[in-house]
Each structure stands twice: as structure tokens, then as C-alpha cells.
Design a protein. Structure first.
Length: 116
């Protein structure tokens, strides 16, 4: 497995098992203590999101969503086509500002920006 080193999790393949172990140690089913988990909640949450984001990037690239595909079209081509469609629907003009309030790493917005 070759995890992406993008904007999100930034966990290299060689670091994945170590990151999973460190995350698991915060939970009782893996011997973790509630006091330690509460005292280090920021680290625990960061580890969770770094791992999740790295796995999402590995599986889906920069776009954490799916799009309808046309016959013979790859998943990535379908996503790109759908993002271009959204860009056209937004009727964006050069210099106009857009807020991305998604839960990913901004891949769709970067593609929309490049397209427009």
C-alpha cells in the first residue's frame, strides 16, 4: 500500500502501523486509560484524522466524493467531469471568492478553481 502524502494526513507508508498503534493505545480495548485519553485528546483526535485522511487520499485521491460515471469513464474522469459541471453551475467569475466548507482537503475546490 502506498498512502498519499498530500495536504491531509501526511502519513508515509512506513509510519502507518506506528500511527495506528499510537491511536489504539488511547482506547480501553487496547489497554488505554481514560485519564490518559482525556489528557491527550488533541493528540488522539489529530491521530484519528491524520490516519483517516491518509486512507481516504490513498483510495480516492484529492476528492473525497463520488460522481456518476459515463460508460467507459474512469472514476477519476467522472469526478473531474462532475467538478467541472459544478464549476459551470456556479457561474464563477475571475477574482470571485468561494468558501469550501467541505470535510475533505480541498481537492474539488482546487479542480474547480483550475477549470474556471
Amino acid at each position: 500500500m502506498n498512502l498519499a502524502k498530500g495536504v491531509g494526513g501526511n502519513i508515509d507508508k512506513s509510519q502507518v502501523l506506528s500511527a495506528v498503534e499510537k491511536y489504539e493505545k488511547y482506547h480501553a480495548s487496547y489497554g488505554g486509560q481514560e485519564e490518559e485519553r482525556k489528557a491527550n485528546y488533541v493528540d488522539m483526535v489529530n491521530k484519528f484524522y491524520d490516519l483517516a485522511t491518509s486512507f481516504y487520499e490513498y483510495g480516492w485521491g484529492q476528492s473525497f466524493h463520488f460522481a456518476p460515471r459515463w460508460k467507459g469513464e474512469s472514476v477519476r474522469e467522472g469526478i473531474k467531469r462532475h467538478e467541472h459541471f459544478i464549476a459551470l453551475q456556479l457561474c464563477l467569475k475571475p477574482g470571485q471568492k468561494v468558501l469550501d466548507v467541505g470535510c475533505g482537503i480541498g481537492g474539488p475546490l482546487r479542480e474547480i478553481s483550475r477549470f474556471r
